[in-house]
Design a protein around this ligand. Sequence first.
Ligand SMILES: NC(=O)c1ccc[n+]([C@@H]2O[C@H](COP(=O)([O-])OP(=O)(O)OC[C@H]3O[C@@H](n4cnc5c(N)ncnc54)[C@H](O)[C@@H]3O)[C@@H](O)[C@H]2O)c1
Length: 351
Amino acid sequence: MIRLGIIGTGGMANTHAESFSPMKGVRLAACCDIDPARARAFASRWNIPKWYIDYREMLDAVTLEAVSVVTVDAAHAPASLAAIARGLAVLCEKPLATSLADARKMRDAARARGIVTHVNFSYRNARCVQAAAALIRAGGIGRVLHVEASYLQSWLVQDTWGDWRTTDAFTWRLSRRHGSAGTLGDIGCHIYDLTDLLCGDISEIACRLSTFDKGVAGNRIGPYVLDANDGFVSIVTLAGGGIGTVHATRWASGQINSLKVRVYGDEGAVDVDLDRSAELYGLAKSKRSMRPASWKEVKAGITPNQYQRFIAAVRRGTSDESDFANGARVQACLEASFTSDRRRKPVKVKP
Ligand SMILES: NC(=O)c1ccc[n+]([C@@H]2O[C@H](COP(=O)([O-])OP(=O)(O)OC[C@H]3O[C@@H](n4cnc5c(N)ncnc54)[C@H](O)[C@@H]3O)[C@@H](O)[C@H]2O)c1
């Protein structure tokens, strides 16, 4: 039996509870949130026997094998480190931390104690992503030369998910003081992760961040100063020698949550478009024949999701490739992006 504690019981924690609840041999044993009303309501909704307002108290009081850390970004590091110190496996939400120094500390602490870790880069759940990554790794499009990757959202201009001006879950994401690294940290981490998974490690980044006026008096809402970036454009160099662009924004009217990655090699191309499908990816094979390559759709086989992968890793006793080392690599991409924007120069990615 894997007894699991959930730390942070806001919106995303429901996806964790929904995913873990039906799994055989997994029990939601406790939950915790600094907001007692939220913790109590979450415990009642998911039939969790114990709830707490301090994760240290929960970790001391309840026998657990693993935790899910689903707090605001700023609490990922302290909560994960507290669980690692008690020998528990940790599934942490993305981005792994709010600084590269913290991400390294988390990776190194887990490595030193042989703890199973996982970062919830949830777009890895899409089976077309897994299949396309396997095909590219096996040389299916030859040498990767060029990539174009984008993640477009619109919640600053469309209320599809609610009004950001009156909802806490949006406002902390716009405020650096509340631990947000803006669009770069929130969704840039996903698109860097997908680029890295599909194309191999990113070794250098030249990035420009943008932060536009949101039309709010004094540029603040209550305690939230609206100072976090709301978009970025990066030129990336891949360790294998290819180049490409990676970009994201929250101002993309007409796009709700659009992720696209197109990878071009010297023997073909792959097109992952999660708006189109999580099952199908596009493949154009050229084999250097010089004949025009036509696109065909490839259906990917079923692959386990991130939650199933985490539980499998806990049972096995070893992490898979979506571990804290990978989280730290993505964090290094975020850090290189900030440094590059500040210096107006390309910066090496050093996890
Ligand atoms: N993987 C994905 O696709 C995905 C999607 C959405 C959110 N997320 C991530 O999940 C995390 C939570 O996001 P959300 O949308 O649920 O936000 P949210 O604001 O709805 O919930 C965050 C919760 O954390 C609680 N919290 C803050 N500090 C805490 C602490 N020290 N101890 C315990 N609880 C604490 C807050 O009270 C709140 O209830 C974020 O890191 C976000 O980046 C990931």
